[in-house]
Design a binder for this molecule. Structure first.
Ligand SMILES: [Cu+2]
Length: 419
């Protein structure tokens, strides 16, 4: 039975809706968990992402640094980061200005190629432009594949943008221009002019005794297309010719005006840069994965790793990172979440077996175990036609040195057994 809502119930409903919005953290997210789990797990591994400071005033700088590696298990059906990629920061709206961005010390003004299995270090400096609270993600935009994001960090920007807020750059001609307002008047005038032309053109056809569309449609339906010519009067032709002439004159005049006002211009640069190489990790360990099973009732992902330690100190597994989510072995390291939505499980990784001694090959059981699998919608991997996973295992020696090893393979779902 449907009841009509009483008037006093309406404010109550509004309060409820607002309440849901405030208390649900999903509404704060911006599609970061929407991408297929397989894509998020097997495209980019991100680690050591650091944002400082996380609280600034309008006009102050924020530095974001971190490391990433395109996965060797990059899905076949997805366009590769080796074709064209662009390092960026994902923020809702024009809340920051990007002052600098570097990958391996190479300026990232243009696109580049990021190769699978190679480590890259990035640094992006932002200037706060607008007050608010923002979930900021490092992003690599891959041509034809879309944005591949790291987990986000909340940044609070205090204050409002003053009217004299400046975003100044020096041109190649030595002039200093403020990009906040540069060319704004011309943009407004050009748009207003063409809007007026458009309205006048439509007005001519619609505000008349025999308006276009329906009247003419019925006329042609009755008399056939051969008679269509009789609908166009001499006045129609004169006005159309005048509009055509005016449009041509306006285009040519606009072009000549722009050429006279801005005699030196360069086209937008679309070439690719070659990113510097940095020293990669040495040949310290080999890891082979087997028996990767996701236990659905227990929300636990278990796999065996056969580790060969080629270094000279014992190694233990400290954390497993995949799709921006991090499962930490509390026996090896202590990690605190950066903020309220940092997807880290400080004790979510259980490793059965002792440290792997130098020269030794040993099989260990790894279990990544947390509700984050559900929260980040990674469990949907089991419904993919290609249920393969990828991730990064970090090993630590007694001195705290860290070594990584990429792991991946087929993940088999287990719908019944709880381990
Ligand atoms: Cu976000």
């Amino acid at each position: 039975m449907i009841k009509k809502m009483k008037i006093w119930q309406m404010p109550l409903m509004v309060v409820c809706l607002v309440g849901f919005q405030l208390y649900s953290d999903v509404v704060f997210a911006h599609g970061e968990r929407a991408q297929q789990a397989g894509i998020r797990m097997r495209t980019m591994y991100w680690w050591d992402v650091d944002v400082s400071p996380t609280k600034v005033k309008v006009g102050e700088l924020v530095t974001i640094t971190g490391k990433f590696m395109p996965s060797s298990f990059w899905p076949e059906h997805l366009a590769s980061s080796e074709v064209a990629s662009f390092m960026n920061i994902g923020v809702p709206g024009p809340a920051f200005l990007r002052m600098h961005s570097h990958v391996n010390g190479t300026p990232m003004v243009r696109s580049t190629r990021f190769y699978r299995g190679k480590e890259y270090h990035f640094k992006v400096v932002l200037k706060a432009r607008q007050g608010g609270e923002y979930h900021v993600h490092p992003v690599v935009s891959v041509k034809d594949a879309g944005p591949i994001i790291a987990s986000g960090v909340w940044i609070t920007v205090e204050g409002e943008r003053p009217d004299d807020f400046k975003n100044e750059v020096e041109t190649l001609m030595g002039d200093t221009i403020d990009l906040e307002h540069y060319g704004m008047q011309e943009i407004i005038w050009f748009n207003a002019f063409w809007f007026a032309v458009g309205v006048a053109w439509l007005g001519f056809w619609f505000i008349r005794k025999d308006p276009v569309l329906l009247r003419r449609y019925t006329f042609i339906a009755e008399h056939g297309e051969a008679e269509a010519g009789s609908l166009i009067s001499v006045k129609d032709m004169v006005v159309s010719a005048a509009f055509f002439g005016l449009t041509m004159v306006a285009i040519v005049a606009g072009y000549m005006w722009a050429n006279a006002k801005y005699p030196n211009t360069t086209p937008l640069q679309t070439g690719k840069v070659v990113t510097n190489e940095i020293p990669q990790q040495g040949d310290v360990l080999d890891v082979v994965v087997s028996n990767a099973v996701y236990h659905i009732p227990g929300r636990a992902f278990n796999f065996d790793i056969t580790v060969t330690n080629k270094g000279d100190s014992p190694l233990r597994v400290g954390d497993f990172a995949t799709a921006g989510v991090r499962f930490v072995n509390a026996d090896v390291l202590t990690v605190k979440p950066i903020d309220k939505s940092d997807p880290v499980s400080p004790a979510g990784l259980i490793v059965t077996g002792p440290a792997v001694q130098p020269g030794e090959t040993r099989t260990l059981r790894v279990s990544a175990n947390d509700a984050l699998w559900e929260k980040y919608r990674l469990t949907s991997l089991i419904y993919d036609p290609d249920s393969r996973f990828g991730g990064m295992l970090f090993f630590y020696d007694d001195e705290g040195n860290r070594y990584y090893s990429e792991v991946g393979g087929v993940m088999i779902p287990d719908f019944q057994n709880v381990e």
